[in-house]
Design a protein. Structure first.
Length: 231
């Protein structure tokens, strides 16, 4: 029996939406696959009502497409718009959040990021691409939370959802998914360095998959070589 039983319909719908979003972002369902309310209700052990609400939300985010008389199907990714539209939109939102969050950063907030990083690291050790991607999303959403921009998270999710094929392909290029947590740990070091300009430059480069990521991956490989561990 699902653990979400006994909670309010809205909370159930939110939990189901979060779980389905993570699975969709990680490519757990093929493009064009219909998602049936009845099947999902049985899977989660709930009524169709919270399932319907979750599917409506994910449709608005762009992860699902509504088809007349067919319900919803898994939407295609919009990889062709990543460079010209989606990445610039994401950068504008996250860098704005960074600017707002920076003066308010504290140890408790760093602890929230470190918790996400530990989960990401465990997923990387298991080479679980789906969980790594889910923790990546949580990591970046945490910046909006630190900035007090929780109301903008649905906007961010809509952008991220349309980039999911780009993120999946990026993870597939890593022979060892442990490096993802290492890169993000370096990003946190930059964010809490006390140097706003450095933090902005590094975060911007990270989102562009630029020099920041390349330097971090090089440092990771050097550490592996120095310890004699397989990478």
């Amino acid at each position: 029996m699902s653990a979400v039983l006994g909670m309010s319909a809205r909370t159930v719908a939110d939990q189901i939406g979060d779980r389905l979003r993570s699975e969709l972002l990680a490519g757990a369902y093929p493009i064009g696959k219909p998602l049936r309310e009845e099947e999902l209700a049985r899977h989660f052990g709930v009524s169709r009502h919270p399932i319907r609400k979750a599917l409506q939300k994910l449709t608005l985010e762009g992860l699902l497409n509504a088809r007349p008389n067919c319900g919803v199907v898994v939407a295609t990714s919009q990889r062709e718009h990543v460079e010209g539209l989606l990445t610039p939109m994401r950068k504008q939102l996250e860098l704005y959040a960074l600017q707002l969050a920076f003066p308010k950063l504290n140890g408790a907030q760093r602890g929230e990021w470190q918790t996400i990083l530990r989960r990401m690291q465990r997923a990387g050790e298991d080479q679980n691409a789906q969980e790594v991607l889910g923790h990546d999303a949580a990591f970046h959403q945490q910046l909006l939370i630190a900035a007090g921009l929780e109301e903008m998270i649905p906007v961010w999710q809509g952008i991220y959802a349309r980039m999911r094929d780009y993120h999946q392909q990026g993870n597939r290029e890593y022979p060892d998914l442990r490096v993802v947590a290492y890169v993000h740990n370096r990003l946190i070091e930059s964010l809490f360095s006390g140097d706003l300009q450095r933090a902005r430059i590094d975060w911007d480069s990270h989102l562009e998959n630029g020099d920041f990521n390349k330097r971090a991956k090089t440092s990771w490989q050097r550490q592996l070589n120095a310890t004699g561990r397989k990478g």
